[in-house]
Ligand binder design. Structure first.
Ligand code: NDP
Length: 242
């Protein structure tokens, strides 16, 4: 049985849980790390039915991440695929961003990829196999106003992914990032712009849903994408084409 570890997979309408459902349906074991002390009902069902596990874990907290990952290695063993999905978005004008806001968003969106990715990648290097998928964003290529830290962190994720692919490729490990456009989850709450203009700017004529992302993560996790690494894959209905 193959295992996927998904960070930020508890949110009911989120990309992480949508992806977790897809992998569980395909017969994979699903491990989820998220902030909540206890998983929500849907998340609980997905991890239980897939013979997986839920860990309450702030992915920006090194001590907690280290202890969770070592527990996973002890109790479950090898992680075939890591989906670094946890992320936050704060809408703040550049000139008003506080040091605390900057640190929080950078730590959750970018530092977590080191904290979770390093121990998992070390194990994958020993085994000479594995796949890592990092959550970038359309915002990491061309961000919107009032999301300077988000766009900076996601741009950095896209770059980090390229370097990880170069360093880990010789060990048989593939690393790609995904760059969703506007996917209907809770992360967009508080956005200053109305939704309609975004639909009008999308050639496929609709916003994305979590299935749209889960399908791409599924492709990247599997052998059909075996010659693909270091890429930043847009999932935007055509809104972003570079
Ligand atoms: P959601 O807010 O629905 O889900 C994010 C999840 O991450 C939540 O379960 C949240 O927990 C969890 N989380 C937040 N901080 C931490 C932390 N420190 N440690 C562990 N878990 C944490 O957002 P999405 O599903 O939309 O986003 C998932 C990823 O996709 C993010 O990286 C986002 O940037 C990216 N993305 C999303 C797009 C979209 O349009 N939806 C577009 C482009 C990229 P809690 O709910 O308790 O806060």
């Amino acid at each position: 049985m193959k295992t996927i570890l998904i960070t930020g997979g508890n949110s009911e309408r989120g990309i992480g849980l949508g992806t977790a459902k897809r992998f569980a349906e395909e017969g994979w074991r699903v491990i989820i790390l998220d902030l909540a002390k206890e998983p929500g009902d849907v998340c609980k069902k997905v991890v239980e039915n897939s013979n997986g596990a839920y860990y309450s874990c702030d992915v920006s907290n090194k001590a907690r991440v280290d202890s969770v990952i070592s527990d996973i290695f002890k109790k479950i063993g090898f992680v075939d695929v890591l989906f670094n999905n946890a992320g936050i978005l704060q809408w703040v004008p550049f000139v008003d961003v506080t040091e605390e806001q900057y640190d929080r968003e950078m730590n959750v969106n970018l530092k977590s990829m080191y904290l979770v990715g390093q121990p998992i990648a070390r194990k994958m290097m020993e085994e000479k196999r594995g796949v890592i998928i990092n959550s970038g964003s359309m915002g990491g290529k061309d961000g919107a106003a009032f999301q300077s830290v988000y766009a900076a962190s996601k741009g950095a994720v896209i770059q980090l992914t390229k370097i990880m692919a170069k360093e880990l490729g010789p060990y048989g490990i593939r690393v790609n990032s995904i760059c969703p456009g506007i996917i209907q989850t809770d992360i967009g709450a508080g956005a200053p712009d109305p939704v309609v203009p975004w639909i009008e700017r999308t050639p496929l004529g609709r916003l994305g849903d979590t299935d749209d992302v889960a399908g791409v993560v599924w492709f990247l996790a599997n052998e059909d994408s075996k010659y693909l690494t270091g890429q930043a894959i847009n999932i935007t209905g055509g809104m972003m084409t570079f």
